[in-house]
Ligand binder design. Sequence first.
Ligand SMILES: [Zn+2]
Length: 70
Amino acid sequence: MQNTTPDSNLNSLELTCPSCKKTVLWNDNFPHRPFCSDRCRLIDLGEWASESHRIAGDNLDINSEDEHQS
Ligand SMILES: [Zn+2]
């Protein structure tokens, strides 16, 4: 009989939150893993999204100004 189970190994797995570098455990206490919280998950996604949105927004702004002026 085995004393250890795959579940106990998973519960001891430690990660680092990509947003705030806090320790996150790979278990049900951290449903947003690898992030420590939903907020950190949104921050990470938001940074990525706002960067591409800013680039796309600049392009759209230039195009629409061109159309308005010509
Ligand atoms: Zn975090």
